[in-house]
Write a protein that binds this ligand. Structure first.
Ligand code: SF4
Length: 912
């Protein structure tokens, strides 16, 4: 293999390097690098990242990541020079200066791949390259010499994809009882011959079997709350009874997670219980996500045929390459590289999914190949469906087919069920939501490209067949003119709203700005409660509610007409037509419910507050730039609708997590965990179980509370982070509660660390998605990563790559209006408002600590930079974990030495 003789450019926080086509690499200034890139296209890696390092946003070149995505679609690659080297079996670059040569070598390997006979992803490449050449993709000219024209014309993507097949409805599951010895035997089979038999895991597994027993009374599901410390092996623990039950009963078990990480892990572990395919070819295990995660082939076709122009069109072609090789068409967290979308800056990926529910179902020419339809059908026949909390709740609430609603559910990461219910069962009448509804009914604004159509185009055949249906569509389109339209945010700022909804939003905005006392200066979101509202706002709400009712009425009529057509089907209505009308009915029902929820929200304004709900007004901003305005309504206790919608129809539900209960000085707080499960709303008394972690936290982890960094002292905070990262030689996960502080710290220390060979990455700063940032962090033991909540809850990095977690301060809850209302309610009930806050903080600390020790061999430090860390919060850490309060200097020494046996230190011991 020969390196590709083209100039190459690399920029990191430590400096900038250029390499000519055939000669050596030299360091250069940023200005020189920008000039070189403007002169001749350079080989580079991750153009947006290099651009941000050079401070030159318009940078373009021959991006190796785009080339990789073209040549190896649907293949994993960590998007760093080292990651690329691994993916192509090249030697890792030893330092920044050797990266340009690596880029030339990698390009050489990829060109050689195109010429080789055993290039697995050759099919479709030549045709795709012809289109990319027309779009002036920088790589097209280079590649054309290496990809030969196929002898026979290649199949177009849409004819290559397989079709799904209709299957009969599954009968209801048989009533079976799984005995404990069978569960133990199954567990032993899954963990494998010779695996260590762990009593904690066995008892957890036997307990999990309980939820699969037959139900005695309607609306009385078996409910189990099972706390399982990290390392218990809870996944196989519940898969053992779940797989037995699914096999014997012929039913489907849903396992629901909060993070994509756990979904991936579950998919892997389920291989032990189920084969990849049944004898008939169908998959027994299916990962199911919301529609907005999957590629919509109709949107892709539209993008390929002129709907996208310029760079987004190039993205569409690379996505088409991927679609031909993808396992399931999942664009978010599936096998589409997470970094691909960020290379193209605009929201191209989102526009290729079915974000707005505009699917035309059987009216779509790709219906029989559609990834979303395939996944829904596979799920209906599966033994195990792996989903997320939000989807399980949405499916329980309004699943298209009642027979496929989840009835046996394991909520893993169960401590997040409350938050997921909180957002699923809330209502938000905002400008962005309302304009989406307008587009769904009327269609997009005149000047927009693409295939998007309004209701009348989607239901043209119904309208021509059924007069009343046609009139209802017309009436809905007329009434929807009252909804906000393009440019609404600008009109609100200029006090020139158009129509009743914009007038309402303008009044909401004015009131919020007039009353917010907390966030104005920070430039982020502001809010105010719905109390003592000005008469003008209440009046605007009344008019807006009438306008919404005027939209809902014809939609209801239309839904009635569609139902009538289905019942008394005309001759022309074939199976596909029925499916399309079914789909339209489903999405209509969803919109009708949405509008009704908005009307209910508005009808309360100005009247007495409903104690079940918390309502507020909000303006969303980022760096003082407004992007949404609206009214919000959340349940004071979202587990109430959860109990009704999810628990009540279910037969068995298990919530499990390492941190299901709060733990104060007196031990685990089960009554609170039970109250938070929703079960008491059905007067159910759930079973509880507990299996403690087998990890030896006392000798593998140490909590260090640094007492000499003053709150609010950013230079000192940044200095502490930099020195801790240096002391631990990288491998630090830095957690922040405010993006602003994180950016400030990152800006001060990234260059300094890079110069010592310690790369630093940050969420919300680097133009890279969170999943990819975690991949990069995992791949490089000297890298460190800064981030906020998403990293605290979902990062799974076992081994040396994560050996120190640093929290900037005690993670107090943000004092939002919703928080204040729940805190006030807690004050009346149990333990008071302070205890309510303490529980939230301890849960966050426990989650953050949980990132540190993922396996028996892991060890590390958990550092909190807080001069006054309340002792009552220490119970968040696992029992026996040594805790020491010390100065930064002392902490640096401890971190540099690694974790040593705790006996030597006078640490505060955790309650045993
Ligand atoms: S069936 Fe719907 S989601 Fe699937 S490709 Fe067609 S329009 Fe897109």
């Amino acid at each position: 293999m020969q390196p590709l003789p083209l100039p190459a450019l690399h920029a990191s926080h430590a400096g900038t390097w250029l390499r000519d086509a055939n000669s050596g690499t030299r360091g250069c200034s940023k200005g020189e690098a920008v000039m070189a890139a403007a002169d001749t296209p350079q080989l580079l890696m991750n153009a947006p990242l290099v651009a941000s390092r050079l401070g030159y946003p318009d940078l373009s070149g021959l991006d190796l990541l785009e080339l990789f995505a073209f040549i190896h679609p649907a293949r994993f690659c960590v998007p760093t020079p080292k990651g690329l080297a691994h993916a192509l079996s090249l030697d890792e670059p030893v330092d920044d200066a050797s990266v340009p040569l690596l880029l030339q070598q990698a390009a050489g390997v990829l060109m050689a791949t195109c010429e080789s006979e055993d290039w697995a992803e050759r099919e479709g490449a030549w045709s795709s390259l012809q289109s990319l050449a027309r779009l002036r993709w920088p790589w097209a000219g280079v590649l054309s010499a290496h990809i030969r024209r196929p002898e026979r014309a290649e199949k177009w993507l849409f004819s290559r994809l397989p079709e799904w097949e209709e299957t009969p409805e599954r009968p209801q599951p048989a009533q079976v009882l799984i005995e404990e010895p069978e569960i133990e035997a199954q567990l032993a089979r899954l963990t494998g011959e010779g695996a260590e038999q762990r009593e904690g895991q066995r008892s957890f597994s036997r307990g999990a079997g309980h939820v699969f027993g037959p139900r005695d009374r309607q609306k009385r599901p078996h409910v189990l709350l099972a706390q399982a410390g990290t390392g218990i092996g809870k996944t196989l623990g519940y898969l053992a009874p779940a797989s037995l039950w699914a096999e014997r009963s012929g039913g489907t078990v849903w396992v629901s997670t909060y993070t994509k990480n756990l979904q991936r892990q579950l998919r892997r572990e389920s291989n032990r219980a189920w084969p990849a395919a049944r004898p008939d070819g169908s998959p027994p295990v299916v990962v199911r996500k919301g529609r907005e995660n999957y590629l919509c082939l109709l949107n892709l076709e539209d993008a390929l045929q002129g709907g996208f122009a310029g760079r987004p069109a190039i993205l569409a072609h690379l996505v088409a390459r991927w679609a031909a090789y993808s396992q399931d068409g999942d664009m978010i967290g599936g096998d589409l590289p997470g970094w691909l979308g960020t290379l193209f800056r605009k929201r191209g990926i989102a526009a290729l999914t079915d974000q707005r529910g505009e699917c035309v179902y059987a009216g779509c020419p790709h219906y029989r190949k559609c990834f979303i339809e395939r996944s829904a059908r596979n799920a209906a026949q599966a033994d195990l469906v792996i989903a997320n909390h939000a989807l399980v709740m949405v499916n329980a609430a309004r699943g298209r087919d009642p027979a496929s609603r989840p009835t046996r559910i394991v909520f893993d990461e169960g401590h997040h069920v409350f938050d997921a219910a909180d957002s699923t069962f809330s209502a938000a009448l905002t400008g962005q939501e309302a304009i989406e509804l307008r587009r769904w009914i009327i269609g997009p604004e005149k000047n927009s490209r693409g295939r998007r159509r309004g209701l009348s185009a989607r239901l043209a055949d119904v309208a021509s067949y059924d007069d009343a249906g046609g009139l209802a569509v017309e009436a809905a389109v007329d009434a929807a003119q009252a909804l906000p339209s393009e440019g609404w945010l600008g009109r609100l700022a200029e006090a020139a709203p158009l129509g009743p909804l914009e007038e309402l939003l303008a009044a909401v905005r004015t009131t919020t700005f007039a009353r917010d006392e907390s966030g104005l200066e920070a430039g982020y979101g502001i809010e105010t409660e719905c109390a003592q509202l000005p008469g003008e706002l209440v009046e605007a709400a009344g008019t807006a509610a009438q306008a919404l009712a005027a939209i809902r009425t014809p939609l209801l009529k239309l839904a009635g007409r569609l139902e009538a057509i289905m019942e008394d089907a005309p001759d022309w209505l074939d199976g596909q037509g029925r499916a399309r009308i079914e789909g339209a009915r489903h999405s209509l029902a969803w919109r009708i419910d949405l509008i009704a929820a908005w009307e209910a929200l508005l009808s309360r304004l100005g009247g007495p507050a409903d104690p079940e709900f918390v309502d507020w007004l909000q303006v969303d901003r980022n760096d003082a730039r407004e992007f949404d305005v609206g009214l919000y309504r959340h349940w004071l206790d979202p587990m109430k609708p959860f109990a009704r919608v999810v628990l009540e129809p279910a037969h068995g539900v298990m919530l499990t997590s390492a941190t299901l209960t709060d733990r104060d000085e007196t031990g685990p707080d089960w009554p609170h965990a039970i109250a938070k499960s929703g079960a008491p709303h059905l007067e159910l008394a759930p079973k509880t179980a507990q299996a403690d972690s087998p990890f030896d936290y006392a000798s593998r982890a140490e909590v260090l509370i640094v007492t000499d960094i003053r709150k609010g002292d950013i230079p000192a905070l940044a200095g502490a982070y930099a020195r801790l990262i240096e002391a631990s030689d990288g491998g630090v996960l830095g957690l922040f509660t405010a993006i602003r502080r994180m950016r400030a710290v990152y800006g001060r220390i990234a260059d300094r660390l890079a110069r010592t060979g310690l790369p630093l990455y940050a969420q919300h700063v680097d133009p890279i998605d969170t999943g990819t940032l975690t991949d990069i962090f995992r791949d490089d033991p000297r890298a460190s990563l800064l981030g906020t909540d998403a990293l605290r809850d979902g990062v799974d990095v076992p081994g040396r790559s994560l050996r120190c977690v640093v929290m900037e301060s005690v993670p107090w809850p943000r004092p939002t209006i919703l928080h204040r209302a729940r805190r006030a309610a807690a004050a009346e009930q149990d333990g008071g408002a302070k205890r309510y806050d303490d529980r939230i903080i301890r849960a966050r600390l426990a989650q953050a600590f949980g990132r540190l020790i993922r396996t028996r061999e892991d060890s590390g430090h958990f550092v909190v930079l807080s001069p006054a860390f309340p002792t009552r919060l220490l119970s968040a850490f696992p029992e026996g974990t040594p805790v020491t309060r010390l100065t930064l200097e002392e902490a640096l020494q401890r971190v540099a030495n690694g974790v040593v046996s705790p006996e030597h230190s006078p640490a505060e011991k955790q309650p045993q």
